[in-house]
Design a protein around this ligand. Structure first.
Ligand code: F6R
Length: 617
């Protein structure tokens, strides 16, 4: 949440920062701002609304400089106004600051600063931080350990801060320098040729460099035109490790698609190939993972798995639960990360803990990971963004390798999480009761997932036509059973988040215990009704909806015949192995939600009130 960019170099900082903000806009899009330093002058422009709004405003002014910071906001403290937009400037005019995170003790600090005569123009916690830096700067006169006074006053301030932050700061007395720091909010440093870029994530800097330093919590980066230095809050110097980003700027561009969500839906066959590449054993009977850091023997001795995640990733955990219990016969518990972190639930000592997170920065998932580690459990992460906080703090993990996911509504990250969940189930099952030949069959089924997904995607024109007919409704139910119950939850989430249609996901048979009261001509139901041993039970549930005049969109497997006249619309997906079914079944609900949202004229990639990567509680 919130995107931050800082640039120090020889080029025009304005263009680079605005481009970076455009790429970071998916992190928050309430308002945006930029501050460029020219000598001892800070030139600030900030506006409520999108980055395009800001760019238009910037174009009206002569804004030049080779050092600057920019921000795109997802509001936490204070409404969406020009005044609350970042950067904030201290009341003495010496500092400009951008911030991602929440300063929890800002009220006490504000009261203190007000007494000292500091003035505030906004309602934000960020402005308090900026003024506190100014306060320490005014007090601090000496240079400590060769670090500049600029760095020292930021360090001192951050020692008083409770909460989370990724920040970048300018100071009028240090032209061409930026100080950045992070705690539980992501911040990476791009190391370019004669230039350094600080950013919330790689998409803002990958067009200029692929060399990056992933800053850790409690680290402070000091950028100058010729070098950069990293130290800790405790003043220890840090030797930076420069990593390489393994994707290019083209991966984060729209190409011929209208929206990132559409692009990412259609990228899924390739994304699944990437997620499974090199992850099957040479004998083709099981999965293998390079980064688990746990021996097969330790894995075999486990008694239980616990999975924690949020949102769509939580749905992927529910499917994984089903597959592990079904094929490996080990009990699995799934919890919302936000609940687990406060619930203090008793865990069996032989439990292996997993978190799933596309971004690797979701604060609740990160907190759940930390809580599990605090209790002495080993924690594995299924995660897409390399070098993320979760990837770094986990004891081992599995990268999704699906490239940047820009659309706020998760699609390709979800199906790759389903795939990895299915591979974990296979890995454990083969250590227990699954036979060699069943393992080989399972592996072959997973290898077919990209091609089957492609076949499901071929239904897009038909689904688009259905979407046109159903875009007018205000309520929808999504119903499925067993491994497709989480897909019903996911279908409902996808639809509501991008089209603002009220939607609920339920196990199909559970619908009788309450939600059926909603059923009428004006509340359609999307049914997952694939061929299975409980097909007839699902058909009975559909009859109950039909008897109450509820329109039905059925998603069923090719070759399956539904009773005449039962479904108003039928979407076919290819028949496939149980482990692959949820992946293939995800495609029609993703497409349906996408086309309905487009039909309703919604801003698909930037749904209201949402942001990708939820880094605040
Ligand atoms: C919905 C969606 C969110 C995320 C959730 C967790 O389409 O994208 O529900 O799944 O915010 O995000 P990550 O996976 O980054 O932890």
């Amino acid at each position: 949440m919130c995107g931050i960019v800082g640039y120090v170099g020889k080029q025009n900082a304005v263009a680079i920062i605005l481009e970076g903000l455009k790429r970071l806009e998916y992190r928050g899009y309430d308002s945006a701002g930029i501050c460029v330093q020219k000598g001892r002058k800070l030139n600030l422009i900030k506006k409520a609304g999108r980055v395009d709004n800001l760019s238009k405003e910037v174009a009206k002014h002569r804004m030049v400089g080779t050092t600057g910071i920019g921000h795109t906001r997802w509001a936490t403290h204070g409404g969406v106004t020009d005044a609350n937009a970042h950067p904030h400037v201290s009341s003495d005019g010496k500092f400009a600051l951008i911030h991602n995170g929440v300063i929890e003790n800002y009220a006490q600090m504000k009261a203190f600063l007000l007494k000292k005569g500091y003035k505030f123009k906004s309602e934000t916690d960020t402005e308090v931080l900026c003024n506190l830096i100014a306060y320490h700067y005014a007090k601090e006169n000496s240079r400590t350990k060769g670090q500049s006074r600029f760095v020292e006053c930021v360090r001192k301030t951050l020692r008083h801060v409770e909460g989370t932050y990724g920040i970048a700061v300018l100071c009028v007395d240090f032209p061409s320098e930026i100080v950045g720091a992070r705690k539980a909010s992501p911040l990476i440093l791009g190391v370019g040729e004669d230039e350094y870029i600080l950013a919330s994530d790689a998409s803002a800097l990958v067009s200029r460099t692929q060399n990056v330093v992933y800053l850790k919590d409690g680290e402070i980066a000091h950028l100058t035109p010729k070098n950069f230095f990293i130290s800790t809050l405790d003043q220890a110097d840090v030797s930076p490790v420069v990593d390489k980003i393994n994707w290019s700027v083209a991966d984060a561009e729209l190409g011929d698609y209208a929206h990132f969500m559409e692009k990412e839906i259609f990228e899924q066959p390739a994304a699944l190939e990437n997620a499974m590449r090199g992850r099957f054993s040479a004998d083709g009977s099981t999965a293998q993972f390079g980064g688990l850091n746990i021996t097969p023997g330790e894995f075999r001795d486990l008694e239980r798995f616990m999975f924690c995640a949020c949102g769509t990733a939580w749905h992927a955990c529910l499917v994984t639960e089903h597959l592990i219990e079904r094929f490996a016969r080990i009990p699995v518990e799934v919890d919302y990360a936000s609940e687990f972190r406060y619930r203090n639930s008793p865990l069996d000592p032989r439990t292996l803990f997993f978190v799933m997170s596309q971004s690797g920065e979701t604060i609740d998932t990160l907190a759940a990971l930390r809580e599990a580690k605090r209790k002495g459990y080993r924690v594995m992460a299924v995660n897409n963004v390399v070098g993320s906080s979760i990837a770094r703090e986990a004891d081992g993990g599995i990268y999704q390798h699906v490239g940047p996911e820009v659309g706020v509504a998760s699609t390709k990250a979800f199906t790759s999480q389903l795939l990895i969940g299915a591979m974990i189930a296979l890995y454990v099952a083969r250590m227990r009761d699954m036979s060699f030949s069943d393992g080989v069959q399972y592996v072959e089924a997973l290898k077919a997932a990209p091609a089957l997904t492609r076949r499901a995607l071929a239904q897009a024109p038909k689904i688009k036509a259905i979407a046109k007919r159903y875009a007018k409704y205000q309520d929808m139910l999504f119903l499925g059973r067993l491994s497709l119950f989480p897909l019903a939850l996911e279908g409902a989430l996808k639809l509501k988040e991008i089209s603002y249609i009220h939607a609920e996901g339920y196990p199909a048979a559970e619908m009788k215990h309450g939600p059926i009261a909603l059923v009428s001509e004006s509340c359609p139901s999307v049914f997952f009704a694939p061929k299975s041993e409980i097909f007839n039970k699902i058909v009975s549930s559909m009859q109950e909806i039909k008897a109450r005049k509820g329109p039905i969109i059925a998603i069923t497997t090719e070759g399956t015949e539904l009773p005449e006249g039962l479904a108003d619309e039928t979407i076919f997906i290819p028949e496939c192995h149980e482990a692959v079914l949820p992946i293939v079944a995800a495609i029609p609900v993703q497409l349906l939600s996408y086309y309905i949202a487009v039909e309703r004229g919604c801003d698909v990639d930037k749904p209201r009130n949402l942001a990708k990567s939820v880094t605040v509680e």
